[in-house]
Structures are given as structure tokens and as C-alpha cells.
Design a protein around this ligand. Structure first.
Ligand code: AMP
Ligand code: ZN
Length: 457
């Protein structure tokens, strides 16, 4: 067994050696729950899922946390702009808690459809305010902080190695001192605690030794990760967009407070999902959700297959042509597999080749090639047993039979159509849900909405 992972901190692929033998602590930066997660965000969690499945496959015991950012993430990652949650609550005329719960539930629903391995714990920022205050107090005692009109800041000039994760050139950054908030001593300094402009205007604010306000986004992750995983732990994940600011600042404050270096041994980052026009982001307005793909007749696992066919570190160019070939590939794979005879044997040669691929920094495109080679190898023995093992990592439900559409489902669809004709949309929606629970979905052919019915595989 030699699992190799690319470590952003050292810029090398390294043999994975956990701090404690056989038990691995992992912290993943999770969603900011002010809107639905788009398929770009979901790509990042599919990467995390493959990592978790690979560690489990390698017999590690794991402790896995993902955070939920429900306060403090401003519209600019660099501490200015509005709090995303407050902004959404205002816009939708709802309570902040309603917003965060609603979008978190929607996110979890998508993860379930993607066969995501749920973490041991979801850690919510607003449930750990005291831990964050304590951490800021610790930094204050060690003289890493200063106060401005709008908050308590971390003085990055106190650290010689600030920016090591992103390989930032600190000298160069100093020149940009006046960009952003004027009172900051250095451009890279970041907020640990922000004051409410006026008490009682924000929905989410807390008392602190420095005044009423709310935590900065970065302090949330440092405080929560350390509470559950200790002052030093194994793996921290996120999207590449987190390297420059969020993770750089997490490292700065954590290493200063806990006096352990490195705070995290392996930093892993997944590449972006891009459209031809550029990165998919909520701010650009061009986003697609899993639901949008489903409405066009693509199941969540087809999207998962597409994601697995590109290495997690590379940009993934999304298009419906690519999604369509993923759909065809998955369909053919499942068709071939459904014809295989039951056998419990394992094909050691193929399994080894497969393990080598995933153990090599989670090379899922290579692992898929091995799978294809196995199904096409007419002489190979132990196909079904081996594929079953491989699917523990792919998570594509490769052995699940799609089958024909049962009579009861067709009957439900007929009732649904009748209710829709009568404009009883509540009833027809309920029937659509029932059909979905049974593993089938309706689809639209040109000009005829929801004319078809097919299994969600
Ligand atoms: P957010 O909810 O905006 O905080 O983002 C949640 C996660 O999705 C973060 O880890 C981001 O790095 C990641 N992310 C955001 N946009 C993309 C994208 N287009 N492709 C891949 N990952 C993304
Ligand atoms: Zn984070």
C-alpha cells in the first residue's frame, strides 16, 4: 500500500503518512449556505468523496468534518462587502436561520443523489462562536492582532512565512498596502472579528470582548477544525480558489496560535469546473444545478461519471456534449455489466492495476480505463466481484439493475398526467415525487413536456 497524494504545501506528490498510524483527520471547507450549490461546487465534493473512499479502501480509520459557513463570508473574500447570508436573508425577506437551513438541506439532497459519503460531522460556524472568540483572544495575547474602526485584524507582517501555501511574494504584497480597507497595516491583513456597523441591524451578531459583531470567515475554519481534530491534523481540502486567501489565512492564524508547524500536513485542492465562457460562479450568474441536468434527462450519477473522467486537479470543461458522452459511456458500461454472470472471484491483476491508479493521487480517469479494459477483456475471470470492489470507490452503482419500467410506476405516471391536465399541480407534483422515490424520472421531449419516463440510474 502506498497512497500518494499531491500536497499543495510542498508542491509535490508525496507518500501519504498520517500523523497517527491508521487514523486520519480530514477537514473540508464546505458551502456558504446563502444559495444552492452549483455543479462546480459539487465537483469539489465529488473530489472529497473519492479521497474519503480511497482512504477507507486503504483501511484507514477516518474522522471527517465539513464546515457549513452560515455567517461571516463577505461578498469579497478579502473582508469587505456584505455578509452573504445577511444579504440573502434581506433579499428573500426571511430569517438568516431559515436561509441557512434551507440551502443546507438542498445541498445535502444533491450530495445524497451523488452517492457522497457523508462526513462524521457537519460543523456550523454559528454554533462555535465561543471557540472562535477564544482563538482570537489567544492571538491577541501573543500580539498578532490590532484594532481598526471596523474590526480586529491579524497582522500578517509578524510572520516570516506568511503566504507559503500559495507561494505569495510578501514584498510585492506590501506595496499594495492601501488597497481595500484603509486602516489595515498590510494589504494581506485579514479580519478576525468584525464590528456590527450599528447594533441590532444585522440578524446574526454576538457580544465579544471587542464589541458586538461577527467572526471573520477564516477564523471559523481554524477554530472548528482544531476543536475536533486537534492542534495538528492530516488533511485539509478545498477548491483552488481557497489557496490564496482563505487557506493562507487559516494557516497564518492557526500556526501562530497553536505553535505547531505545519498545522496541517497535507493540503489538497480541486480544480474548477468551467464553462467555455469561464469559471462557473454564482456571481457570474451562469450557473447550473444538478436539478437542471436532471430536467434535461441526465442523472446525478452521469454527472459523477463525467467528473471522474477528469483528474481532480485539472480544470473540468463542462458542456452538454461532454455530459452526453458520459451518459452513453455509463449506459454502455451498465448494459455490459448487467449481462455478466454472477461470480465471487476477484481478478487480482485488474484490481491491482485499479488500486495503483487511485493510489496515485486519485487518478480516476486511469481507474476508469482499467474498468473498461476489464469489461472488454473476454478472457478475464472474476469480473463481477472485481467491479463490485472498484465501485466502492467509483460510487456509480455499477451493479444496480435499471430494468424495465414496472406497471405500478406507469400507473403513477398516468395519474400524474391526468392531474396535470386538470391543473392540479400540487397533486401532480406529489405523484412526480413518488415516482422519483421509486427511482424513475419524467423527461421532456421537444414540444411535449414530461412525455417520457425513465429510470434514474
Ligand atoms: P462556496 O459555497 O462559494 O463557499 O463554495 C463551496 C466550494 O466550492 C469551495 O470549496 C469552492 O472552492 C468550490 N467552488 C466554487 N466554484 C467552483 C467551480 N466553478 N468549480 C469547482 N469548485 C468550485
Ligand atoms: Zn474553510
Amino acid at each position: 500500500m502506498s497512497l500518494k497524494l499531491y500536497n499543495t504545501l510542498t508542491r509535490k506528490k508525496e507518500i501519504f503518512r498520517p500523523i497517527k498510524k491508521n487514523s486520519v483527520g480530514i477537514y473540508g471547507c464546505g458551502p456558504t449556505v446563502y444559495w444552492h450549490q452549483h455543479i462546480g461546487n459539487l465537483r469539489r465534493y465529488i473530489f472529497e468523496d473519492i479521497l474519503i473512499r480511497t482512504l477507507l479502501f486503504n483501511n484507514y480509520k477516518i474522522k471527517h468534518l465539513i464546515n457549513v459557513t452560515d455567517v461571516g463570508h463577505l461578498t469579497s473574500d478579502a473582508d469587505f462587502g456584505e455578509d452573504k447570508i445577511e444579504k440573502a436573508a434581506k433579499k428573500e425577506g426571511k430569517k438568516a436561520k431559515e436561509i441557512t437551513k434551507y440551502y443546507f438541506d438542498s445541498f445535502k439532497e444533491d450530495l445524497e443523489k451523488l452517492n457522497f459519503t457523508m462526513p462524521d460531522k457537519w460543523v456550523w460556524a454559528t454554533e462555535h462562536i465561543q471557540e472562535q472568540i477564544n482563538l482570537i483572544k489567544n492571538l491577541e495575547k501573543k500580539s498578532f492582532t490590532y484594532k481598526t474602526k471596523d474590526g480586529i485584524y491579524f497582522d500578517t507582517s509578524k510572520l516570516k512565512d506568511y503566504g507559503k501555501l500559495a507561494n505569495l511574494n510578501f514584498e510585492g504584497l506590501q506595496e499594495g498596502k492601501r488597497i481595500g480597507i484603509k486602516e489595515k497595516k498590510n494589504k494581506t491583513d485579514f479580519a478576525l472579528w468584525k464590528f456590527s456597523e450599528k447594533k441590532g441591524v444585522r440578524q446574526q451578531e454576538w457580544n465579544s470582548p471587542w464589541g458586538v459583531g461577527f467572526p471573520g470567515w477564516h477564523i471559523e475554519c481554524s477554530a472548528m477544525a482544531t476543536k475536533y481534530l486537534g492542534k495538528q491534523f492530516d488533511i485539509h481540502t478545498g477548491g483552488i480558489d481557497h489557496i490564496q486567501i482563505h487557506h493562507t489565512d487559516e494557516i497564518a492564524q492557526s500556526e501562530s496560535a497553536f505553535e505547531k508547524k505545519p498545522w496541517v500536513k497535507y493540503w489538497m485542492h480541486s480544480g474548477h469546473l468551467r464553462l467555455k465562457e469561464g469559471k462557473m460562479s454564482k456571481s457570474s450568474g451562469k450557473i447550473l444545478r444538478l436539478k437542471d441536468l436532471e430536467n434535461k434527462g441526465y442523472s446525478s450519477l452521469v454527472f459523477r461519471y463525467l467528473v471522474l473522467s477528469t483528474h481532480y486537479k485539472k480544470p473540468l470543461i463542462f458542456s452538454f456534449e461532454n455530459l452526453n458522452s458520459a451518459k452513453n459511456s455509463l449506459q454502455s458500461l451498465k448494459n455490459i455489466i448487467s449481462e455478466l454472470k454472477e461470480d465471487k472471484e476477484i481478478n487480482k491483476k485488474y484490481l491491482k492495476e485499479f488500486e495503483k491508479a487511485v493510489d496515485n493521487d486519485l487518478n480516476t480517469p486511469k481507474a476508469l480505463q482499467v474498468l473498461w479494459k476489464l469489461v472488454r477483456d473476454e478472457k478475464a475471470k472474476g469480473k463481477l466481484g472485481t467491479i463490485k470492489k472498484m465501485d466502492k470507490i467509483f460510487g456509480l452503482d455499477l451493479l444496480k439493475k435499471d430494468g424495465k419500467i414496472p406497471k405500478e410506476i406507469l400507473e403513477l405516471k398516468k395519474q400524474m398526467d391526468e392531474e396535470r391536465m386538470k391543473k392540479n399541480y400540487k397533486k401532480s407534483d406529489k405523484l412526480r415525487e413518488e415516482i422519483k422515490i421509486e427511482g424513475f424520472q419524467t423527461y421532456t421531449t421537444p414540444g411535449v413536456p414530461e412525455s417520457g419516463l425513465k429510470p434514474i440510474y
